[in-house]
Design a protein around this ligand. Structure first.
Ligand SMILES: [Mg+2]
Length: 273
């Protein structure tokens, strides 16, 4: 699993950081390569925070994971340069609530509006530990404690775990069980780009990320497509990139992208490679 973990985390971080400069841009632009350093945002920072907690505890400890998120939010831990940025509204409310009340059961936000992609974008570490559906819900619920976010996280973890076992994405999707709101997931390949939304809504992000993997044949093209969908470019590219790198392997991530990634040594420190 070490090889796959390395692929997934770097694939995720590279997607995140390449998407950062294009965040909120409307579709219709072209992704351009330049020599700017790549700096990951909240998505990768929270993913590293979650993984660091899982590694230290040899499993999921919700209270400890929330404390890791606090260290990121207030102190800039898990960032490449000590600067926390890109934090979403629901995540902000949840971490500040936990900081104030230390109430792990009730810090997560529960309204229908709390279904941004802020939990989906940090759920990747759960692919690499044994976990029940309830535990996935618990990890989502630390910030995003609504059924739609929890289901999005469960779908992502199930797809990721099956990919790790060598199953084919199309066959995974054909057999997946989803509720009404995620009903397009098994049929995504039939959808055209115009039918794919790339907002910060968790359902849109999950659909867009999977669609980008289905519509491309390598890691690089997948990331470019995810970014060119516009809007929440960093999260779409991160969520897609984590899975795409599992499918295609660490060596599919372009070397020049990895070389431009700031704070690589931090990733190595937290994941162990
Ligand atoms: Mg971000």
């Amino acid at each position: 699993m070490e090889k796959e973990l390395k692929a997934a985390v770097y694939g995720f971080a590279v997607g995140d950081s390449l998407g950062v400069p294009y965040e909120f841009k409307e579709r219709g632009f072209e992704f351009l390569e330049d020599n700017s350093p790549l700096i990951w945002s909240d998505d990768t920072a929270m993913t590293l925070a979650a993984w660091d907690s899982i590694r230290r505890n040899e499993g999921i400890d919700l209270e400890d994971m929330m404390k890791s998120f606090e260290k990121w939010y207030f102190k800039g831990k898990y960032t490449p340069n000590g600067i926390t940025f890109g934090v979403g509204r629901t995540t902000t409310k949840a971490i500040e609530s936990y900081h104030l009340h230390k109430d792990i059961e009730n810090c997560g936000q529960r309204t229908i509006r709390d279904n941004g992609n802020g939990a989906l974008m940090r759920i990747l570490p759960l692919l690499f530990v044994k976990c029940t559906a309830e535990e996935i819900d618990g990890v989502s619920g630390l910030t995003h404690n609504h059924a739609i976010s929890k289901e999005g996280c469960r779908i992502y973890v199930e797809i990721g775990k099956r990919l790790l076992h060598g199953q084919d994405l199309r066959s995974i999707l054909s057999k997946i069980n989803v509720s009404e709101i995620y009903k397009r997931i098994p049929f995504l390949e039939k959808l055209s780009e115009d039918e794919i939304r790339s907002t910060g809504f968790v359902v849109d992000t999950l659909e867009a990320a999977i669609w980008c993997i289905l519509k491309t044949g390598n890691y690089r093209d997948c990331i470019v497509k995810a970014i060119e969908l516009g809007q929440d470019t960093d999260t779409t590219a991160a969520v897609a990139g984590g899975l795409a790198a599992i499918v295609y392997g660490y060596h599919s991530i372009p070397k020049d992208w990895l070389e431009k990634l700031q704070g690589r040594e931090r990733i190595a420190e937290y994941i162990g490679y």
